[in-house]
Design a protein around this ligand. Structure first.
Ligand SMILES: Cc1cc2nc3c(=O)[nH]c(=O)nc-3n(C[C@H](O)[C@H](O)[C@H](O)COP(=O)(O)OP(=O)(O)OC[C@H]3O[C@@H](n4cnc5c(N)ncnc54)[C@H](O)[C@@H]3O)c2cc1C
Length: 541
């Protein structure tokens, strides 16, 4: 079993700092939730890098909300449920589609600027699997604009203190109640941050895979922290791979937004053949998982490592105006999106599952909340509808704030003491171990999975569990231990789910099986892995 903490710790020996609420993470979930809680309480925001570095910063397409008179929450609900392939929580989706528009207005009040049409109305785009125009955006850099506006509001807010370059190692719990977090300062010293509520907003875990659109921070820390603390972890087998990430020597896997295909870009294999007609009637605008698997299949057929994205039918002016960030980024590597075919391949992009919460973002551990990509509210089911993740963060962030503000202070202090007597840390360079794990996850738990591969992968992962019993002190080691935890949880859930649904594709079970598998897979540190039957509302081992 994975130990309760990554460190031997006696809370009474650590310097203690008190606040009302701790928010771990500074993406949209962390920034927005902090601002809402700070309307009534003191908030301390902890971020392991700068306040501005997060997945959110890289979001391109936009944020989905029902704004237009021609749209309706019913349509948004329907689109979300269809994308989720039978595993969405209808109640959570209702919250999203009804409260999203007010959340967007609040983002605007905090200073976010979205593009407008000449008549002053908000410019709304359409994205794959949406039936209506409902995506607000700021060029192709929507996330950066949201972070800018929220971070500026945070800096002006005297109720909020920001601890950037601080790393949350674990949360402090006793008898199923959370009392705060153990945080490592930039100089390596530890502190106990005590509060009446702790909100994990730590984002996703794209760094589990060799190729990802996510930045370095996305190491799944929040899921691992919550798991160690006894929270339920749900649906982690569902990982969305984005079909088109730039695949060019020396360049990171930079995302080439779906909107580029929306503007008519076509996919060609390295022989120059357009191939999507062999895979789906919607061609390049088929669901993400289908496009991604088609690309992998073409890559294998042509013994290549990429396919091409061809937008050369558009003029340079149009491409520059519509996709300025993508255009500029590709140009840095000598690729002109308006005249060159750009090499692309799928990359891990988004985690549908995470820490299971109720409709107010609270986990089964009292006073411990989760918001944003780290959470599993039930909104996304087995596959996320494009642009719903930014909306989910603000809608549930507001609900968390309401509950946190109403919470009384805890009546006692914890006496948290974990002493395992840990060994020296492993000597193999941690960077090497991380790379090995990423390659293993891509091979055995990537876009196409099967039992043999996953059993082999699980065996390989288990060889590293001694890291949990080592005296770790560096951030790289903590991150590796967290990646390993999430990898194990993901591999076990993916192995258990003997069907294909949404983003989870098993070549040995290629069909969706609603009779047996209309269930969540829920994992818990003590109770192990269970299936939650959505039809009968029961949990069975
Ligand atoms: C390239 C790209 C494009 C995308 N485009 C869109 C889009 O157009 N629309 C959409 O809806 N979604 C999009 N997504 C998904 C969306 O951006 C994310 O799901 C969302 O931004 C997650 O926000 P978050 O606040 O939950 O986490 P993040 O934005 O990832 O923030 C996580 C924060 O937690 C901090 N953190 C993590 N671990 C620790 C720790 N141990 N201690 C302290 N701090 C920690 C990090 O430093 C960071 O501040 C995109 C994602 C990517 C990668």
């Amino acid at each position: 079993m994975i130990p309760r903490t990554l460190l031997d710790v006696h809370i009474e020996n650590l310097p203690r700092v008190d606040t009302d609420c701790i928010v771990i993470g500074s993406g949209i979930a962390g920034l927005y939730t902090s601002l809402k809680i700070a309307e009534k309480c003191r908030v301390t925001v902890v971020a392991k890098k700068s306040l501005l570095e997060s997945n959110t910063k890289y979001a391109q397409g936009g944020i989905a909300a029902v704004i237009s008179d021609e749209d309706s929450p019913l349509y948004h609900r329907q689109d979300t449920l269809i994308a989720g392939a039978g595993l969405c929580s209808a109640d959570a989706v209702d919250v999203l589609v009804h409260e999203g528009p007010e959340g967007v207005q609040e983002l605007i009040r905090f200073g976010t600027q979205f593009d407008r049409e000449a008549d002053g109305e908000y410019s709304l785009t359409m994205e794959g699997a949406h039936s209506q125009r409902r995506i607000l955006h700021q060029g192709d850099a929507t996330g950066a604009e949201i972070v800018r506006a929220l971070a500026e509001s945070i800096r002006r807010n005297t109720n909020i203190e920001v601890l950037d370059e601080h790393f949350c190692i674990d949360v402090v719990t006793e008898d199923g109640v959370c009392y705060g977090a153990i945080v490592q300062k930039p100089d390596g010293e530890l502190m106990f941050l005590a509060a009446k509520a702790t909100v994990l907003c730590t984002g996703g875990a794209g760094q589990l895979f060799r190729y990802t659109t996510n930045p370095e921070i996305a190491t799944g820390d929040g899921i691992a922290i919550a798991y160690r603390a006894g929270a339920y972890i749900q649906d982690v087998e569902f990982v969305q791979f984005h079909p088109t990430a730039l695949t060019y020597p020396g360049a990171p896997r930079f995302l080439i937004s779906e909107a580029v295909r929306g503007e008519g870009a076509v996919l060609r294999n390295i022989r120059g053949e357009r191939f999507m007609e062999r895979y789906h009637p919607q061609l390049e605008l088929a669901p993400r998982d289908i496009v991604a698997r088609a690309i992998v299949s073409e890559i294998e057929l042509t013994k290549s490592t990429f396919v091409y994205l061809d937008l050369t039918h558009e003029s340079q002016e149009t491409v520059k105006a519509r996709f300025p960030t993508i255009y500029e980024f590709c140009l840095r590597y000598g690729l002109d999106l308006s005249s060159d075919w750009v090499p692309v391949a799928p990359a891990a992009h988004y985690m549908m599952g995470g820490i299971k919460t109720d409709l107010h973002g609270e986990t089964n551990v009292k006073r411990l909340f989760a918001c944003g990509e780290v959470s599993s509210t039930g909104v996304h089911g087995a596959n996320r509808l494009a642009s719903n993740s930014l909306s989910e963060a603000i809608v549930f962030g507001k609900r968390i704030a309401e509950r946190v503000i109403a919470l009384p202070s805890p009546e006692r202090s914890p006496v948290f003491h974990i002493e395992l007597g840990r060994a020296d840390p492993p000597t193999q360079a941690i960077i090497e171990k991380r790379l090995k794990l990423q390659k293993l996850m891509l091979r055995h738990a990537g876009l196409v999975r099967n039992e043999n591969g996953m059993k082999k992968g699980l065996g390989e992962l288990r060889k590293h569990v001694n890291v949990y019993y080592a005296a770790l002190s560096s951030r790289e080691h903590f991150e590796f231990a967290n990646l390993l935890t999430v990898a194990l949880l993901m591999m076990m859930a993916a192995l258990r789910r003997e069907e294909s649904r949404g983003a989870h594709f098993r070549e040995d079970f290629p069909e969706r099986d609603d009779v047996v598998w209309k269930k969540h897979i829920v994992q818990h540190r003590e109770f192990g892995l269970a299936e939650e039957d959505l039809i009968h509302g029961t949990i069975v081992d």
